[in-house]
Design a protein around this ligand. Structure first.
Ligand code: NIG
Ligand code: FE
Length: 412
């Protein structure tokens, strides 16, 4: 494949040399000025001063010379979404804001179960179309890797339908989709048996198919009073771990319990954490589990934010994701949510960009992306502006004009 040199950029946010864990100051941001990126195939083969790189190239290198001021950032990684769903929960939002309780909403036909009903009604093809449309919306924001959960099927057959739809959608989009099995989202209301037998049925019947059909290598569970207790989920995670799946947890959203299980099972990430106290923060900080903040869920539910500042100060790794789903987080705007969290929790720009790139990639067990350096995937976004600070400052209203994935321009 032909080599391409892209530039000049006023700034490339390379993010190299930043650690996976802990707080970051903006002076640690590795910003390369008046720079260019050389791409060969799917990866970056050189990065540095644009004029020097241009002079070094032979005539077979395609030079894509930009006019005006441009900033280049790594492609973002949205490491937690539920974008495979049918229906809409606008009525839940209205009811919540009118003061209704969780129970009132469930009784009015809302909540996770209503999305399960709508998703079960959708055909696999309809789900594929819905996923593709939402992927396009995320791509336009510069997101080049998207985690997508099942969890609105809640039976072996319906979870398979969701995960097959995600796999099919991948054939139609250039962005990487990372599928996760969230069959443990809640105990299905139509299941005739207790939580333990439901989880056992999923583990014995669904897990082997995930392997044979290559549908997912990640198992997620919602550990919460309304979903599964820590005691119920441990045997499930035990099986998942023994089969070699990565584990991730919806943890400490309303009450504490999930993060301790996440750390005990060496989960790649513990997500939500709005209710985490100093005890859970210390546990996470001492582990390799990435803490994932989901400010979209705080905004959708009108509740507190993940204690991102405390997590970083104690030494944890922090990622930020949209949690895009029809119930708690309908917005799906990553930079807007990250900027809101940054203002509320006092996060530096370095902490925000790290949380949207290589730390989010780590939450997905991916180490080949999220920084702009030789050998990394050529996943990046081009913004028409003269200072990277404008990106979080404008809280999502400044969007990239070009997005590149594995060395190819896939959005303009
Ligand atoms: O991450 N917390 C549990 N699951 C989702 C919400 C799903 C829904 O309400 O449909 C979340 O916020
Ligand atoms: Fe979620």
């Amino acid at each position: 494949m032909k080599k391409k040199l892209i530039g000049p950029f006023k700034q490339i946010l390379s993010l190299t040399d930043l650690p996976l864990k802990g707080s970051l100051t903006d002076s640690a941001l590795n910003i390369i000025t008046e720079s260019g990126i050389l791409v060969e195939g799917e990866t970056i083969t050189a990065i540095g001063n644009f004029a020097q790189l241009r002079d070094q190239q032979s005539s077979d290198v395609e030079i894509l010379q930009l006019a005006g001021h441009w900033i280049c950032t790594p492609g973002y990684v949205d490491c937690h979404t539920h974008i495979a769903f049918g229906g809409n929960r606008a009525n839940d939002f209205a009811l919540r804001n009118a003061g209704a309780s969780y129970l009132d909403i469930a009784e009015a036909g809302g909540g996770i179960w209503s999305t399960v009903r709508h998703t079960r009604q959708a055909t696999e093809d309809e789900l594929v179309d819905a996923i593709i449309n939402r992927v396009q919306a995320l791509l336009a924001q510069g997101i080049t890797t998207i985690e997508v959960k099942s969890g609105y099927g809640l039976s072996v057959a319906e979870e398979l339908k969701m995960l097959r739809a995600i796999k099919t959608a991948q054939q139609h989009v250039a962005v990487d989709l990372i599928p996760t099995c969230l069959a443990a989202h809640m105990k299905p209301k139509d299941y005739n048996g207790d939580a333990a037998s439901y989880l056992q049925e999923i583990a014995t019947q669904l897990f082997p198919i995930l392997r044979t059909e290559k549908l997912s290598n990640r198992i997620d569970a919602f550990v919460e009073q309304s979903a599964f207790s820590a005691a119920e989920i441990k045997p499930y995670f035990e099986t998942a771990r023994s089969m070699g799946f990565d584990i991730t947890v919806h943890a400490d959203q309303f009450s504490t319990s999930g993060s301790a299980v996440a750390v005990e099972y060496q989960a790649v990430s513990a997500d939500h954490l709005e209710a985490s106290t100093e005890q859970e923060i210390a546990l996470l900080a001492a582990s390799d589990t990435v803490a994932v903040a989901l400010p979209g869920a705080s905004l959708g539910l009108g509740c507190g934010y993940t204690p991102a500042r405390r997590l970083l100060d104690k030494g944890a790794s922090l990622a930020i994701a949209t949690d895009w789903n029809p119930g708690s987080a309908p917005m799906g705007q990553l930079m807007t949510q990250a900027a809101v969290l940054a203002a509320a929790e006092k996060l530096t720009n370095a902490e925000v960009f790290a949380a949207l790139t290589f730390r989010a990639a780590k939450a997905l067990n991916l180490t080949d992306r999220g920084r702009l350096a030789v050998g990394e995937l050529a996943d990046f976004s081009l913004y028409r502006t003269d200072n990277y600070q404008n990106i979080p400052y404008l809280q999502g209203s400044l969007q990239p004009e070009q997005v590149w994935k594995k060395g190819k321009q896939i959005f303009t």
